[in-house]
Design a protein around this ligand. Structure first.
Ligand code: GRF
Length: 193
């Protein structure tokens, strides 16, 4: 668990690949008094990620890395994280798998949000897979990241009901609304707040 020292917020980085709606909700949360974290860095593997715009609007530093050169890139990221004194990482729609080496360096300090009720539907295309299996419920999970994909300790989950005429798109929207509430709640829980 990450420990809070004094009244200083824990400096955090959010890793994104796309829209960044979870990033947006995390930034909003981080600005509240009750938030134990501040967001000091946005990292993306995608130079066209819409979420990067949030960096400029909110005056948060952003960096784009080419993850194809995995090992080298991760070392560069580790340097940048150290430089910015980052002590917590929130993955939010980040579509690259981090190496075991990277994860070990930040053990217990990397969180992820996943659009399913883990351990069901790890990996991609979660909503379609839930629909294909005629699930009655789906949802989202915030969990610690370990070296196995979507398998770290679960922090919090939120269930949503799948309606009769649900489509992959409508389910994704419904789950996303809950994701935006769940991630801040999970962060509070990590800090026992
Ligand atoms: C979210 O559904 C997240 O759970 C998944 O990718 C989506 C990212 O959305 N991993 P956004 O970029 O936060 O809007």
């Amino acid at each position: 668990m990450v420990k809070l020292t004094g009244y200083k917020k824990i400096k955090s980085a959010v890793f994104i690949s796309g829209t960044g709606s979870n990033l947006k909700s995390l930034i909003k949360f981080s600005k509240t008094r009750k938030s134990p974290i501040s967001i000091n860095l946005i990292i993306s593997n995608n130079p066209r990620a819409k979420g990067l715009k949030l960096g400029k609007i909110n005056n948060i530093k952003k960096k784009v890395f080419d993850f194809k050169k995995n090992h080298k890139t991760e070392n560069q990221i580790i340097s940048v994280l150290k430089e910015h004194k980052i002590d917590m990482i929130c993955l939010a729609g980040f579509m690259t798998i981090l190496s075991k080496n990277f994860i070990t360096k930040f053990r217990g300090k990397i969180l992820n949000i996943h659009p399913s009720l883990l351990p069901k539907y790890k990996g991609l295309n979660t909503h379609q897979r839930a629909l294909n299996n005629n699930e009655k419920y789906s949802g989202c999970t915030v969990h610690f990241v370990n070296s196995k994909l979507d398998s770290g300790k679960i922090i919090l989950q939120k269930k949503v009901k799948i309606s009769k005429n649900e489509t992959k798109g409508s389910l994704a929207k419904k789950v996303l609304v809950q994701e935006h509430k769940l991630y801040p709640k999970a962060i509070l829980k990590v800090f026992n707040l």
